[in-house]
Design a protein around this ligand. Structure first.
Ligand code: LR7
Ligand code: MN
Length: 581
C-alpha cells in the first residue's frame, strides 16, 4: 500500500519563534482581521472578490455547545464504543476471503450494528463551542463515491452520516456507483435506500470513471450549498458537521477537513490516529502523501488548541467545500485517472489561486484503512504509471520549473510520459493570477523541506544488473532492516529500481540502502540526502566508502559486502536505465 507507514513525528526541530497573530475568536481581533484582509475591489484576481467574513464559532468554557448531543444511549453489543470485534475460528476462512475481496474483514463488520456508537475522540475543549445557528449555516450534500465496496461498511457509512448530523444541516446524501459489478450493490442497495425517503440519492456511472471523475460527477448531481466528500467506509464522530460548515460560512474559499480517525480493517476497532498532537498533510518529492506535526508557527496563530489550523494539503478522501466555489476552481482536473494525486491538484490550486485549507480538530470522522487495494484500474493498467501520470499532471501544472526537477529526480522513469493536454489547467492558472509554487513553499508548506530536503541530482538510476549475468539487485520486498538480495532482472522497476545520487545515497522509492551486518538492507532515508555508496562506471564496483567494501552477488539470491576486487565478476554491476511504460 502506497500510503502506509507515513507518519513522521518532527522530534528534532527546535521550537520556532512565537508568532502570535490575532486570536481568531476574540472580538477585537476580529476587527483587526477584517482590516488586514479586506476584499480589495481593485484586485485583478476575481476569485478574491468572493471572500466574505461570515458568522463564526464562539468558545464558551464550561458551557456545553449548542450542537452537543445530550443523551447518548448506553447500548451494548459487538463493536459498541469502537471496541474491536473478533471472529471465531470457524469464520476465519470466510473472513480471509472477504478481506481478499474488499480489503476489509466483512465477517467482522457484519457483526456490528449499523448504528454503533463510536468513542468520542475529540479534545475535551470541543464540547464547549457554539456554532452559528442552522439558519446561518449552509446545508450539506454528503457525496459517497464507491466501486465494489462491501455491503455493511458502505451502508453503515450512510446510517452514520444521518445519525451524527443535525437534520436541518444535512441536505442530502449523494451516492455515485462507479460501475460496480457486485450483486449486492445493484437492486438490493437501491431497495435498501428507500427507507430514507429520498434523503439518499443513488446515481450510477455507465462506465468505470475512477474516483476522481466520479467525485466531480457527484458534485454536479448534488444540490446543497456545501459538498462534503467521504470515502464509502467511514463512521462520523459526535458533532462532526457544524465545525466544518462554520468555517465555510465564515469564508467560502476555505476547504474544511475533518481529522481522520482509524478503523481497523480486520476487527473494526475505532481509535484516533492522533490524540495529543496536531498533524497536517504534506508530501515528499515523489508526491507520496505524508502527515507531520503542525509547526508552532501555525499553531501559535490560534487562541484555543481546538481551533482549526491551516494545512498545505490533505489525504484526499474527506473534506468539505462550498459547492459553487469547487466549480469556480475548475473542480478536479479531468485528465487525472482513477486514483491518486487529486488531493494535491485541488490543494495546490486552492492555495495558489486564492483559497485555503484548514484542518478542523473538533470534526472527526473514522475511516477504514484497507488491508490492500482490492480493485484493479479497469482497462487502464498497470496502476503505477496511472498514479504517476496523475502526479505528473500536478507537477507540470502547479510546480515552477526549479521544483519540477525534484519530482523527476525522485521518479526518473516517468520523465517524457505522455500526460495528455494540460492547456486548460495552465489557462486557469493564468486567468486567476495564481501565485507561484515557490510562494506556496515559503508561506504554506514551509516545513516540507525540513523533512524532505530537495533531492540532489541522480548520478545513475535504473536496474542494477550483473554485467555478465541476468541477476539484478532486488529489495525482494523485504521489510526495513532485513537483508535484501538479487533476483532475475524483470525490467519492470519496482523492487529492482534504484537511484544513486551525486551525494552517495542509494535508494529504492522512498527507502534508502544501508549496510546491514554483512549485506545491504532498506532503511528510512536519513533527512540529509547523502550516503556512503559509489559506483564506478568503468570497473562496475559499487563501493561502500564508510566500510571500504564492495557489493557482491552470492549464489542465486544473496548479496554481501566483501573486499573490493575488480576482477571478481560478481562485483561488476551496471546501472541501466529502464522504461516502465
Ligand atoms: O475507481 C475507483 N472508483 C471509486 O469510486 C476507485 C475507488 N472508488 C471509491 C472507493 O469505493 C472509495 O469510496 O473512492 C473512494 C476512495 O477509494 P479508496 O478507499 O480505495 O482509497 P484510499 O482510502 O486508499 O485512498 C486515499 O487516496 C485516494 C487517492 O486518490 C483518495 O483521495 C481517497 O479518498 C483517499 N482516502 C482518504 O483520504 C481516507 C483517509 C486517509 C488515507 C489514506
Ligand atoms: Mn478509503
Amino acid at each position: 500500500k502506497l500510503q502506509n507507514d507515513q507518519k513522521l513525528v518532527n522530534a528534532l526541530k527546535p521550537p520556532e519563534a512565537h508568532v502570535n497573530l490575532n486570536p481568531v475568536l476574540d472580538s477585537d481581533a476580529e476587527v483587526e482581521h477584517m482590516q488586514q484582509a479586506p476584499p480589495d475591489p481593485n484586485q485583478q484576481n476575481v476569485l478574491k472578490e468572493v471572500k466574505q467574513y461570515g458568522p463564526k464559532a464562539v468558545f464558551k468554557d464550561g458551557i456545553l455547545g449548542n450542537y452537543e448531543p445530550k443523551n447518548i444511549p448506553q447500548i451494548t453489543g459487538p463493536g459498541e464504543g469502537g471496541e474491536p470485534v473478533y471472529i471465531s475460528m470457524a469464520e476465519k476462512a470466510q473472513g480471509d476471503r472477504s478481506t481478499q475481496e474488499f480489503g476489509f474483514n466483512m465477517v467482522a463488520s457484519d457483526k456490528i450494528s449499523m448504528t454503533r456508537r463510536v468513542p468520542d475522540t475529540r479534545m475535551d475543549e470541543c464540547k464547549y463551542w457554539d456554532y452559528p445557528s442552522a439558519s446561518q449555516l449552509p446545508k450539506a450534500s454528503v457525496i459517497l463515491v464507491f466501486h465494489n465496496e462491501g455491503w455493511s461498511t458502505l451502508v453503515r457509512t450512510v446510517h452514520s452520516i444521518i445519525n451524527m448530523s443535525p437534520k436541518e444541516l444535512l441536505h442530502e446524501i449523494v451516492m455515485v456507483d462507479d460501475f460496480s459489478d457486485k450483486p449486492h450493490l445493484k437492486d438490493k442497495l437501491a431497495e435498501y435506500l428507500k427507507q430514507f425517503d429520498g434523503l439518499v440519492k443513488l446515481f450510477r456511472n455507465t462506465k468505470r470513471e475512477g474516483l476522481i471523475m466520479t467525485r466531480t460527477l457527484g458534485a454536479k448531481y448534488s444540490t446543497g450549498e456545501v459538498i462534503i466528500f467521504l470515502d464509502a467506509h467511514c463512521e462520523c464522530n459526535y458533532n462532526w458537521l457544524p465545525p466544518l460548515l462554520a468555517r465555510i460560512a465564515y469564508d467560502r474559499t476555505i476547504m474544511a477537513v475533518p481529522i481522520v480517525d482509524g478503523i481497523d480493517w480486520d476487527n473494526f476497532r475505532y481509535a484516533p490516529v492522533y490524540s495529543k498532537e496536531h498533524f497536517r498533510g504534506i508530501f515528499e518529492w515523489g508526491f507520496l502523501y505524508k502527515e507531520s506535526r503542525v509547526p508552532d508557527r501555525e499553531l501559535n496563530t490560534r487562541a484555543h488548541d481546538s481551533e482549526p489550523y491551516k494545512a498545505p494539503t490533505h489525504a484526499g478522501g474527506l473534506f468539505a467545500m462550498d459547492r459553487k466555489y469547487f466549480f469556480e476552481m475548475g473542480a478536479y482536473d479531468e485528465g487525472m485517472q482513477i486514483w491518486g494525486g487529486e488531493n494535491f491538484e485541488l490543494s495546490f490550486k486552492l492555495w495558489q489561486c486564492g483559497g485555503s485549507i484548514e484542518w478542523v480538530p473538533c470534526s472527526r470522522v473514522g475511516h477504514v484503512y484497507r488491508n490492500h487495494m482490492p480493485y484493479g484500474f479497469g482497462d487502464i493498467n498497470p496502476k503505477i504509471p496511472v498514479i504517476l501520470l496523475n502526479y505528473m499532471r500536478v507537477v507540470e501544472v502547479w510546480l515552477d520549473d526549479e521544483f519540477k526537477e525534484y519530482f523527476y529526480t525522485r521518479e526518473p522513469t516517468i520523465r517524457g510520459y505522455d500526460i495528455g493536454d494540460i492547456s486548460k489547467q495552465l489557462q486557469f492558472k493564468k486567468d486567476h493570477n495564481c501565485k507561484s509554487f515557490k510562494w506556496f513553499m515559503e508561506n504554506v508548506a514551509y516545513e516540507v523541506t525540513d523533512k524532505f530536503p530537495y533531492p540532489p541530482p541522480n548520478k545513475a538510476w535504473g536496474e542494477i544488473k550483473l554485467r555478465n549475468g541476468y541477476s539484478c539487485i532486488d529489495t525482494l520486498n523485504k521489510p526495513l532492516g532485513q537483508p535484501i538480495g538479487i533476483g532475475g532482472c524483470h525490467h519492470y522497476g519496482g523492487s529492482q529500481l534504484f537511484r544513486l545520487n551525486v551525494e552517495g545515497q542509494l535508494a529504492n522509492g522512498e527507502r534508502c540502502l544501508a549496510a546491514r551486518s554483512k549485506g545491504m538492507g532498506l532503511e528510512v532515508c536519513p533527512v540529509k540526502q547523502s550516503g556512503p555508496w559509489d559506483w564506478n562506471e568503468n570497473t562496475g564496483l559499487i563501493r561502500n566508502k564508510d566500510l571500504n567494501k564492495c557489493v557482491q552477488a552470492i549464489g542465486s539470491s544473496g548479496l554481501e559486502l566483501r573486499e573490493c576486487n575488480q576482477n571478481e565478476s560478481n562485483q561488476q554491476w551496471e546501472i541501466k536505465k529502464i522504461k516502465t511504460w
